[in-house]
Every structure is written in C-alpha cells, then in structure tokens.
Design a binder for this molecule. Sequence first.
Ligand code: CTP
Length: 404
Amino acid sequence: MPESQSKPRVVLGVSGGIAAYKACELLRRLTESGHDVRVVPTASALRFVGAPTWSALSGNPVSDRVWDDVHEVPHVRIGQTADLVVVAPATADMLARAAHGIADDLLTNTLLTARCPVVFAPAMHTEMWEHPATQENVATLRRRGALVVEPAVGRLTGADTGKGRLPEPAEIFEVCRRVLARGVTAPDLAGRHVVISAGGTREPLDPVRYLGNRSSGKQGYALARTAAARGARVTLIEANTGMPDPAGADVVHVGTALQLREAVLKAAADADAVVMAAAVADFRPAEYAEGKIKKREGQEPAPVALVRNPDILAEISADRARPGQVIVGFAAETDDVLAHGCEKLRRKGCDLLVVNEVGERKTFGLEESEAVVLTSDGSETPVPYGPKEGLADTVWDLVVPRLA
Ligand code: CTP
C-alpha cells in the first residue's frame, strides 16, 4: 500500500482572507505529524497564497476548480475519502456558501460530499463575524454537526483589533488532532457553555513578591482544548500560566484568588458546566504593602499574617447559577488519596472530583498524569497514567450524561 494511503487524509480548505498565509503553518504541522493533506483553496485564497506553495508544502496537486483532472471525479472523491476537512481561514462568504449548500467550486463540492468531521476556523472583521447573517450561518453549520471554532480576539488586518482573528495555527492543529483522534461527527458538547479555571493564583505581598503555587495550568488547558474540540463554547479563566490561548476559547486573565472568584461567578451565570482546575490559594496576606518590604539590619523579619480566601468551588456548588449545572472540582493529595478525595467531594458539594496524587515529580508541570474521578453518586473512574488530554476527555465523558 502506498504510504499516503495509510496516513489519515485531511482536506485543508482555504478561503480568501489575509489569514490564508497562516494556513501554510497549519499545513506544515499536519504533514509533519503524518497526515496526507490535500489543500483545496478557493479562487480568492489563491490571490493571497499561490498554488505552487500549497502544492510544494502538501506534496499533492492543488486546484480550486472542478474542471481539472475530471477523470478522477475530484469534486466527489476528495470529500468522500477524507478523514477530516478543516477550513482555515473560513471567510464570511465561505460560511454562507457552506451553510446554504452552494457548490460552485471544488471546496464547496468537497464540503457537500464529506461525511467525516468538518472543522471551520473563521477569520474576518468583527462586524462581519457579529452580523446576524454570519451568526445564523454559523448556527446552521453547528446544528448540522460541523465544529465552528470561535475566532480569537486580537489584531485584525489593518489597525483595528477585536474578535475575528484566526486562532494560532498550532492551536487549530490541536483541534484537528483531537477531532481526528475521537473520529466522531457529532460534537457532544455542541451548544453548551463550559467554564474552566486553570493555573495557580498569586497573592501579592508587596509590588514584587507574592505567595504562589506550582500549578502549570496544563490540565486546565487540556480541558479547554478538548471541550472546544467537542463543540463547546469555552470560557477559560487562567491565572498566571503564560500559555497561548487555545483555539475557540474566550480567555479571561486573572492574578489573585479574589479576581478568579469574580471571573468564575460572572462566567458561571449561564454555564452548563464549571470545572475548577485552578490551584486557588487558600490564604492571602492580610495586608498588601504598597512599597517593597525592605530588610532592616539587626531586625528579625516581621511575620506575615494571612487571611482565608473564599472557597469558590464550595460557593458555586452550594449556590448553583442554573439548575442542573454540573460542577467539577480537583483535589491534589499527597497521601491517603481516595479517603481524602471522598471527604472533599462531600465537603465541597460538587458533582465530580478529580483526585490527583501530587509530589515532587508527580502531576505539576508534567504533560502526563494519573487520577481517579469520583462522582457524588459514588462511582470511581480510574484514569491510567497518560496525557492530560486523556483525563480531560474522561471528565467530559462523565459530564455529558449529567448535563441538564
Ligand atoms: N478551590 C476553590 N477555592 C479555594 C480553594 C480551592 O475553588 N479557595 C478549588 C480548587 O480549584 C479545586 C478544589 O477546590 O478544584 C480543591 O482544592 P484544594 O486546595 O485541594 O482543597 P482544600 O479544600 O483547600 O483542601 P486542603 O487544602 O485541606 O487539601
């Protein structure tokens, strides 16, 4: 069997926006990670990036027309044989044509014949994205099972900034990887809003010092990426992670536990599920010194008085913003892991608790982890050592049937 036939087949559709150049990076990532990629640009995309570039980078022929290589019936075959179709960037015009089933070029024909998962990564100016016509087209595509990734917020073409930017190619690649790995054509979190907190809070002592913890935020980001790849609207509230925004997530940046609480309460108001993966400081310095605390010769350092931070997980569990909202907590324990986990699940009042064993070389900052997910109805789901995405998918597998 030729090598290309054993590789997952990806169709990379490119429509005519300036972000077309970023699709070259996505193409590279797909080919370098072992995918057979067929690029299908629109005629306008070819005004931004020419066919020789797509052809050289993909190693496959490139055309935007149904009239080339007609004996191979490309307008049907390319879609039929694909394992994944990803359109990046997807312009407002592209979304409109796809939503209405128009088939006037090779890419729109391919979209009609594909029976595999289809991902759209829209990019356009904010006004075009927010226009009711575009929003209705997006809703139509989502209702039919396509995954339409929310655009990022940031610099657009020209001087303006706002929502409509193509997410970073590395992050679109992550979505493609997750969708291909699951291979399902109906995203099971479609239409759901999930809120995830990630990272570790920092409680300032003075302008240069803080009390912090060792959480990297990787588990929270894995939850955000997997939820977006399963179709959810994702609000990611991140504290001090320094990581790039996952594709499709609205990211809120916070520093302290009190800021995190405010952001979680606000976002949870219309959330179907809230996952508290952040390591929230239980205490903060009772006083914040406006100026840097100086050491004084011959004087002992003053003790640091601490006060309790509110327990956000317990608060949102006791006073749910919506009936049937599913709330997930995390527990990091060093010993007697299950007993402490069961006790914490009861005390906090959440529906699911992910219990991690932590230690010098366990969980914090690593790409992989091992955990047990406890539920309020008494089930225990062990998740063997593996990538944090695996644990994230197990969490969503347990959340989905509990959603109202
Ligand atoms: N959490 C929270 N607000 C806090 C502290 C923790 O929402 N002020 C959340 C975390 O996001 C996590 C869960 O509670 O989902 C478990 O936190 P943990 O610190 O392990 O639990 P504690 O109740 O602080 O228990 P202990 O420190 O005694 O282990």
